[in-house]
Design a binder for this molecule. Structure first.
Ligand code: NAD
Length: 270
């Protein structure tokens, strides 16, 4: 069987480097091209150098159309507006498009879903690690069983992260909301400051901390009368997301066009 030819978008980023290294270590995949923005300091550099590998004779390009020509899959950890544009390019080509970018608006999410109907096989997730997706299942179950407990989600990330709450915090919030059969958007409290009044019953609170080089820590707190449960995941390095994204690409290659999540890839029933 021939290798799945993969384009990495955001090749000069923290996740881009992790994905390039993971492709080199994964049978059945080969790096087809590497994309970054036009004014990126890594433009024109050999991708091997970015990921601490020997030279791969693939220079980082900013030409999306040329990069996607002849490719099978696109792994995309960039920025919301970039992922929307890439989805519009991936759909007519019937590509597998794995989207790890977080911080999308509802409108951007809608544009991605539309691309899924237009021919792309998209896997989009706020977190591609196995551990976090198992945690989401536990959160769904705990929030259903402890229906009266207050739920707060606390996340910590490195000081370069630009969106809050993290995509993972929102994914865990969504799992908690599903466990309670409520709408997350209508029941979220995003940060508190000043005279906030008492905590409204049934809400799901979010708090974001930023500092240093933390890859990603998430705790879901369920607080009830005289007791608390804390469900925590700590990412130790980015390889867990990179390997999950590649696993998703191989899985999606055998699926019909559509928009999928990691629960589909991992075969988790809700
Ligand atoms: P980063 O800033 O290190 O990397 C982003 C890269 O995208 C940069 O190299 C940037 O130059 C590039 N980029 C910007 N515009 C571009 C364009 N037009 N074309 C191609 N490339 C372009 O960020 P990061 O830490 O690698 O994270 C990237 C995204 O992935 C963020 O949204 C982050 O929250 C998310 N993330 C998701 C997961 C997950 O499992 N879903 C895990 C980690 C990070």
């Amino acid at each position: 069987m021939t290798d799945l030819k993969v384009v990495v978008a955001g090749a000069g980023g923290r996740m881009g480097a992790a994905v390039i290294a993971a492709i080199a270590a994964t049978p059945g995949l080969s790096l087809h091209a590497a994309l970054d923005r036009q004014d990126s300091p890594v433009a024109g550099k050999d991708v091997g150098q970015l990921a601490g590998l020997p030279p791969l004779a693939i220079p980082v390009t900013c030409d999306s159309e040329a990069a996607l020509a002849g490719a099978d899959a696109l792994i995309d950890f960039t920025a919301p507006t970039v992922s929307v544009l890439l989805a519009e390019l991936a759909a007519p080509r019937g590509l597998v498009h794995v989207i790890g970018t977080t911080g999308m608006t509802a409108e951007e999410d809608w544009s991605i879903a539309k691309a899924g109907q237009a021919g792309a096989r998209i896997v989009k997730s706020g977190n591609f690690s196995l551990g976090v997706n198992v945690l989401a299942g536990l959160v769904r179950q705990a929030s259903r069983m402890l229906a009266e407990y207050d739920i707060e989600i606390v996340e910590t990330h490195h000081n370069r992260k630009v969106d809050a709450p993290s995509g993972t915090a929102l994914l865990l919030g969504q799992a908690a909301a599903e466990g309670r059969d409520i709408d997350l958007d209508r029941n979220s409290v995003r940060g508190r400051d000043g005279h906030t009044g008492a905590r409204p019953n049934g809400t799901i609170g979010f708090a974001s901390l930023r500092g240093g080089t933390v890859v990603g820590d998430h705790t879901v707190l369920l607080a009830g009368p005289s007791e608390r449960i804390e469900l925590t995941h700590r990412a130790e390095n980015r390889s867990i997301f990179a390997h999950g994204a590649l696993h998703a690409a191989l899985w999606a290659n055998n699926q019909p066009p559509g928009l999928y999540g990691m629960a589909d890839v991992l075969g988790f029933s809700r």
